[in-house]
Design a protein around this ligand. Structure first.
Ligand SMILES: [Fe+2]
Ligand SMILES: [Fe+2]
Length: 301
């Protein structure tokens, strides 16, 4: 099965040969490159952008909806610590914030289209906005940084989970949408350790990391479910058994990957995100980014 067009595949092959890069390991810290990718969504883009796996596109849409609220919160937390960071970590934190800013900016463009199809999503977005504003107002800097590290653990686990099922989940998906989500996940892999390192530098309490990580995962899960149920109802898929036959195995398998990842990340003294082996596909895909044109190869599966 081909994931990319032949021209793109050959450029990725040569990138792989030139690379020979270390994927992980604390000695091989990955450079973080802020990329400005402008996604031009087709005029006739449908909110259910996968004909083969419509339920997946709806679940992914609900995660997209959350990005303009959770990612600014994470950026704000990391920026609040900027005065306490030095050297490579300060540079990485800056690049991290620039990547996250691009993510939520690009998702926001798509979310406007979602909002025009599903008017009721404005209310869900209002709840999202108020939740993160409340967190920022009422929690300590330590909690916010721990929450950011927790949210990044969830994002990294989601990236690995998705990559392992990419051929099925993005089969015949609208290419711009597949590329948006895979670009975002690829950069989540690239900057997987930054929020964790910032939290360790500024606070580092393991119990607080465990608590905040739990809340980061719970809030993502609750809003992911609420958004999905609303869009499923609008698409008249809410009461179809096929919806749950498709979505239940994904939910269960993701939870079974996420819970051990969260436990290790928050409770193990010796753990560091760079101990985890990254899927190679993401970094090869990012090598196709062209800064001149602000484009990245379209993913067609
Ligand atoms: Fe992101
Ligand atoms: Fe991230």
């Amino acid at each position: 099965m081909s994931i990319l067009s032949p021209a793109v595949e050959s450029s990725l092959d040569s990138a792989a040969q030139q690379n020979g890069r270390q994927q992980n390991g604390r000695q091989g810290r990955q450079a973080i490159e802020p990329r400005k990718v402008a996604f031009d969504y087709p005029e006739d883009l449908q909110p259910v952008w996968s004909s083969d796996v419509p339920e997946f596109s709806i679940a992914a849409n609900s995660i997209s909806l959350l990005m303009p609220y959770v990612e600014p919160y994470v950026i704000r937390a990391i920026k609040s610590a900027s005065g306490e960071l030095e050297g490579e970590l300060a540079k990485d934190a800056d690049a991290f914030c620039r990547q996250e800013a691009q993510h939520h900016h690009q998702h926001k463009k798509f979310n406007r289209l979602l909002g025009s199809h599903y008017q009721g999503l404005a209310r869900v977005e209002g709840w999202m906005k108020r939740t993160y504003e409340w967190l920022w107002r009422t929690r300590s800097q330590g909690f916010s940084l721990a929450f950011a590290a927790g949210a990044e653990t969830v994002a990294y686990t989601l990236a690995r989970w998705t990559e392992a099922r990419m051929g099925r989940l993005f089969s015949n998906a609208e290419p711009t949408m597949a590329t948006l989500f895979l670009w975002h996940l690829a950069e989540e892999v690239e900057h997987k350790s930054v929020a964790y390192d910032v939290y360790r530098e500024v606070d580092g309490r393991r119990w607080l990391l465990a608590v905040a990580m739990f809340w980061a995962a719970l809030i993502t899960g609750v809003f992911g479910i609420v958004g999905s149920l609303y869009m499923l109802s609008k698409e008249r898929r809410l009461f179809k058994p096929a919806t749950y036959v498709a979505m239940l195995p994904w939910s269960v398998s993701f939870i079974f990957e996420l819970l051990p990842a969260m436990a290790v990340a928050s409770l193990s003294r010796s753990h560091h995100p760079t101990d985890l082996t990254d899927p190679l596909w993401f970094s090869l895909f990012l090598d196709g980014y062209d800064p001149e044109s602000g484009t990245i190869p379209l993913v067609e599966i």
